[in-house]
Design a protein around this ligand. Structure first.
Ligand SMILES: CC(C)(COP(=O)(O)OP(=O)(O)OC[C@H]1O[C@@H](n2cnc3c(N)ncnc32)[C@H](O)[C@@H]1OP(=O)(O)O)[C@@H](O)C(=O)NCCC(=O)NCCS
Length: 161
């Protein structure tokens, strides 16, 4: 599997799993019916730097991530990132590999730390982030209406780079 910066013409191969993940309504704080145009802006607008995980044997894009400053001005060395792996290819280590790549890329870009602003507390990804050194700084209680788990909190997670 190749992890590389995305090209503009990769978007049509990101959108199907982006849409599937956001429409499920259990991980991201974006509207479940986000249009393709709005999704593209949310995921790829500068200053975001976008990456893809590509299965080189088939040319299939199986995951994507972005890294971007989480704050501005004097705090612009703290990054934010987002991750999605096509559910058809989940559970095979792609998410972990993408995250390790993005952590290294963010460090190389001069970021000093990374913050996740809204990690659904029942998302199995919490375990992945903790295993990569993120800690939970706090939890906004009862913030997220989960389709199966009911009203759950949103973790703010952080790690130094
Ligand atoms: C989170 C996500 C990127 C993980 O990608 P993935 O390729 O399925 O993850 P991996 O196969 O690398 O698994 C990494 C670890 O996380 C855990 N994990 C991640 N997602 C899991 C899930 N849905 N169910 C169970 N365990 C999960 C696994 O236990 C695994 O641990 P291990 O490496 O010790 O075996 C992917 O599930 C996804 O896109 N989810 C929807 C969007 C999302 O939640 N993004 C993160 C928002 S904070």
């Amino acid at each position: 599997m190749l992890i590389r910066e995305a090209a503009a013409d990769d978007w049509p191969r990101i959108w199907p799993f982006w849409h599937r993940i956001v429409a499920a309504g259990d991980t991201y704080t974006w509207a479940r019916d986000t249009s393709e145009e709005a999704a593209r802006a949310l995921w790829t607008s500068p200053p975001k730097r976008v990456y893809v995980a590509e299965d080189e044997t088939t040319g299939t894009i199986v995951g994507s991530a972005f890294v971007t400053p989480n704050y501005g001005g004097p705090a612009d060395r703290i990054a934010n990132a987002g991750f999605m792996v096509d559910p058809d290819h989940g559970g095979r280590g792609i998410g972990r590999a993408l995250a390790e790549h993005i952590l290294a890329a963010a460090r190389e870009q001069g970021f000093r730390g990374m913050v996740f602003n809204a990690v659904v507390e029942t998302n199995p990804a919490v375990k992945l982030w903790r295993s990569l050194g993120f800690t939970i700084l706090g939890t906004v209680p009862d913030a997220f209406d989960h389709p199966r788990d009911g009203r759950v909190g949103l973790h703010i997670m952080y790690r130094a780079l």
